[in-house]
Design a protein around this ligand. Structure first.
Ligand SMILES: N[C@@H](CCC(=O)N[C@@H](CS)C(=O)NCC(=O)O)C(=O)O
Length: 208
């Protein structure tokens, strides 16, 4: 059975947990966390030299890091990757947007405000910059979702799972989603898709 090393409160780690739940893929969950420092311990950096979760260990012992790469691997051949090459490229477009424009603002601002050990980094300048950057990302999402129900078009894809992870908790980072009605409707649409589970969900085969 594959093993997912992940931190329960992390949106990046929620992405593969949500996809595996939706696909009914059994996996063992092993809790590793930046909060208790276990992501920096040699036992873990031997598995992922970048010292970050999520990390997937395949049945044959190979490892795969980076949440969106894990989504791409797990979703291969499923309804979460479009057949049409343009729609597939759009899915990639939004996956890269999530990592370069969305997550560094929306996830980081939430972390600065939610994790006590990050409070020292929550300078007024950083909070202002991530607020502005996050709102810019939400506006880009709002404009797309006024045109299509999902990011790659008419059907849900892993781009929606990736963007859902931190958008659904954006309020914890101080973002006001009432200013983005199409984003709010899309959040409900994604949460209504078959097999949805909340960020707190863990499989029964949970190591911790
Ligand atoms: N680009 C990576 C980011 C992963 C990441 O930043 N993970 C955080 C938790 S959300 C982490 O493991 N931090 C550990 C640390 O910095 O010690 C991904 O999408 O997987």
């Amino acid at each position: 059975m594959p093993i997912l090393y992940s931190q329960l409160s992390s949106g990046n780690c929620y992405k593969p947990r949500l996809l595996m739940a939706k696909l009914g893929l059994p996996f063992e969950h092993v809790a590793v966390s930046s909060v208790d420092g276990s992501t920096r311990k040699p036992e873990f950096t031997a598995k992922n030299p970048n010292g970050k979760v999520p990390l997937l260990e395949l049945d044959d012992g190979r490892f795969l890091a980076e949440s969106n790469a894990i989504l791409l691997h797990l979703a291969e051949g499923t309804r979460f990757i479009p057949d049409d090459s343009y729609a597939r490229a759009l899915m990639y477009q939004w996956l890269f947007f999530e990592q370069y424009t969305h997550e560094p603002n929306i996830a980081v601002r939430r972390a600065l405000l939610v994790y006590p050990e990050r409070a020292k980094d929550a300078t007024p300048e950083r909070l202002a910059a991530t607020l502005e950057g996050g709102n810019k990302a939400l506006l880009v999402m709002e404009q797309q979702l006024q045109k299509t129900p999902y990011f790659a078009g008419d059907a849900i894809s892993i781009a929606d799972i990736a963007l859902y992870a931190y958008t659904h908790e954006a309020n914890q980072g101080g973002y006001d989603l009432s200013a983005y009605p199409s984003v709010a409707k899309w959040l409900s649409r994604v949460a209504g898709d078959d097999g949805h589970v909340p960020i707190t969900w863990l499989p029964e085969t949970s190591g911790s």
